[in-house]
Design a protein around this ligand. Structure first.
Ligand code: COA
Length: 208
């Protein structure tokens, strides 16, 4: 259900912290697991929505969606639904709760009229990457975030995929190489010259 008022953003923050515990133990610290309640609310935004799953009135799962206008080759000028902040309490993981949350989220995305869903996860978060592939998402881009790992961006085109598999794969691989040439994990630039070079290529090839 959409987050009711009696569940606070602080409750969502605590849930995400617990959900991410295994990731953190594995050294995958995702920035979103560290956001405070007010930061989460801001991230979701006015048009966005947070959804929750309850078991006997206890908060056990959540996911959210926000919206923005796309600027990259795969989403340019489209209204993008940004799926984010998914987390299930550890003892409730692996029983399909996220699918039910995603179904609610997708109905809302349809209502708002977005044409593409975008999400990201840490390179090493194999559970999420596998789940996304199974649900028709395509990996399109690499990014380096300050939280210390590389991230994979994946999207699902809601009106059919406008690109060939080969084209998507080539762009994705190019993005991975450029990101890893430009940044060490943690978004630390390797050198000024390399950065200028990668930015120039990105501007010409990836965005336009
Ligand atoms: C990723 C997450 C939201 C998936 O939600 P879920 O309701 O557990 O998803 P499912 O029940 O559909 O399980 C998805 C897969 O993960 C596996 N899985 C889920 N939890 C697991 C766990 N704790 N350990 C090992 N495997 C697990 C399931 O067996 C299933 O595998 P399969 O695809 O081979 O069948 C949830 O596991 C979670 O909160 N993870 C930690 C936080 C996180 O990584 N959030 C996403 C940030 S992008």
């Amino acid at each position: 259900m959409p987050k009711p008022d009696w569940i606070s953003w602080e409750d969502i923050h605590q849930l995400l912290l617990s959900a991410h515990k295994k990731n953190i133990d594995k050294g995958i610290v995702m920035g979103t697991s560290q956001l405070s309640g007010p930061e989460l609310e801001k991230r979701v935004g006015e048009l966005g929505r947070c959804f929750v799953a309850l078991a006997d009135d206890i908060l056990v799962g959540t996911t959210s969606v926000g919206f923005f206008k796309g600027r990259s080759w795969y989403d340019k000028n489209q209204l993008v639904a940004h799926s984010m902040l998914a987390g299930i309490l550890p003892r409730y993981q692996g029983i399909g709760i996220v699918d039910e949350l995603n179904a609610m989220r997708d109905a809302y995305i349809h209502e708002v009229g977005a044409t593409i869903i975008q999400a990201d996860t840490a390179e090493g978060n194999t559970i999420v990457r596998k789940n996304a592939k199974r649900n028709g998402y395509r990996e399109v881009e690499y990014r380096a975030f300050k939280s210390g790992h590389y991230s994979v961006i994946f999207v699902k085109w809601l009106n059919g995929c406008p690109f060939s598999d080969r084209y998507i794969h080539r762009r994705y691989k190019l993005s991975e190489r450029l990101t890893k040439i430009q940044y060490k994990p943690g978004r630390i630039e390797r050198s000024r010259v390399l950065s200028l070079f990668c930015r120039a290529i990105r501007k010409v090839i990836l965005i336009h």
